[in-house]
Design a protein around this ligand. Structure first.
Ligand code: ASP
Ligand code: MG
Length: 423
């Protein structure tokens, strides 16, 4: 069997859902577990609903939710004829679940409400897509992934209970009786049946877990791009497709911030040697990219740009050396506030590091670090990473930049710079 994952862009409108059906029809004989994300930008819209609710702005939350509802009802109406009624009634159950909650007053933490509200995006999209597949004659079994994926209650970044999840999947899924199953990515539920999510863009990870547990032949992630590229074509017009990559390279790329695949996706695949294919749903004949245990040779330079970076300059307060004690205390702060430095360099009495500019975390880091160091901050920076750099590639991209911090390893070059060079 194979696992297919369709991201939000591949189900964002009726033409695209049509394309999904064609791809599923062509492949259903191989037996498919299909994971679908929320349509288009639905998750972002639902995040706004959760925020309004948590700010006690019930009217605004309901209003914003109404827009999301109508978008889904319109899609269902245009797409479905014979299956409109069952789809409508299932969608209504999901709407009611959220609306009940929105009428409450928040008493628990934000992340809990976030998960209860946001996960409806994938419930709605999978309901519409599976009804459509059934309507066009592809017999599809819709599953609520919350009955399969058991997680802890670390809302918004839930951890999977592999034993219980494996058991539930093996109990439920039987490819002797069914060719096509379809379910939601990105979410699960606690033992108390509270919905949880696995982190933004987590559907890739869901798909990888299914592939691992079901011992899939391969996992295909269907995207609106031709495959994995060596740079984001929005920033690098001459970006090119990479046809073959090793798992290790993809893990590195994701680590440095390339938005190719969710960073947790590789491990479940690597553990069982399952190939990951990235293909374009707009033209399924294009070869795409294959990611496997084979280490790819002669890779071109791979460029990753991380925007909105903050540089911290930490200087020891009494000119004492930045030794192991101070470093351990600093890393304990990172752990406590769950922040990961993207680049770090230590000197004799000072230390520089850069992190993503997340309002909640940066201030906390500054205040906690100020107990140990004098703290100076500079915001509005960009971090460039080049994997497999050549001196030319570094020159080309950095010669005009005002670099504040850089690091060159055997495979990876990184530079942190100001966007507009100032005097
Ligand atoms: N819908 C979720 C998101 O937009 C999960 C996913 O697409 O992977 O983050
Ligand atoms: Mg997505």
């Amino acid at each position: 069997m194979k696992v297919f994952k369709f991201g939000g862009a591949s189900v964002q409108d009726i033409e695209r859902i049509n394309k999904v059906a064609t791809i599923v029809r062509e492949n259903q004989a191989s037996k498919l577990m299909i994971i679908v994300s929320a349509m288009g930008k639905t998750t972002n819209a639902l995040e706004k609903v959760a925020e309004a609710f948590f700010e006690n702005n019930k009217e605004r939350a309901l209003e914003l939710f109404e827009i999301v509802k109508q978008q889904h009802l319109t899609t269902a109406k245009y797409l479905l004829v014979t299956h409109y009624n069952p789809c409508y009634s299932q969608l209504n159950d999901f709407f009611t679940e959220v609306e009940w909650l929105l009428h409450d007053v928040p008493v628990r933490e934000y992340d809990y409400y976030y998960d209860q509200i946001v996960c409806v995006g994938e419930l709605m999209s999978t309901c519409i897509v599976s009804n459509y597949l059934n309507e066009v004659g592809i017999k599809t079994n819709w599953l609520d992934v919350r009955d399969l994926f058991r997680t802890d209650n670390n809302f918004r970044d839930a951890g999977i209970n592999w034993v219980q999840t494996t058991h539930a999947i093996n109990e439920t899924i039987d490819f002797n009786t069914q060719n096509v199953y379809l379910t939601q990515g990105f979410m699960g539920a606690t033992i108390d049946n509270e919905s949880t999510t696995l982190g933004r863009e987590g559907s890739d990870y869901t798909a990888a877990i299914f592939a691992n547990i079901l011992n899939a032949e391969s996992l295909t992630i269907w995207k609106d791009v031709e495959g994995v590229m060596n740079a984001d074509p929005k920033h690098f017009p001459e970006a090119q497709i990479i046809r073959e990559l090793g798992y290790d390279e993809v893990i590195e790329m994701a680590y440095y911030g390339a938005q190719v695949i969710h960073p947790k996706t590789i491990k479940p695949l690597q553990n069982k040697g399952i190939d990951l294919k990235v293909k374009c749903f707009l033209d399924s004949n294009l070869p795409g990219t294959v990611i496997s245990k084979k280490k790819a040779k002669n890779l071109p330079p791979i460029y990753v740009v991380k925007q909105t970076q903050v540089l911290f300059l930490l200087t020891s307060q009494d000119y004492s050396f930045v030794g192991d004690e101070l470093i351990i205390s600093l890393y304990n702060i990172f752990k406590e506030i769950k922040i990961k430095p993207n680049l770090i360099q230590t000197g004799a009495v000072s230390l520089q590091l850069c992190v993503d500019d997340r309002a909640d975390k940066v201030e906390l880091l500054a205040s906690k670090a100020s107990a140990l160091f004098d703290v100076q901050i500079e915001k509005g920076l960009e971090l460039l990473t080049i994997r497999h750099y050549s001196d030319d590639s570094i020159d080309q991209l950095t010669s005009t930049k005002n670099i504040l911090l850089s690091q060159k390893g055997t495979e990876t070059f990184q530079a942190l710079y100001r966007l507009v060079s100032s005097k």
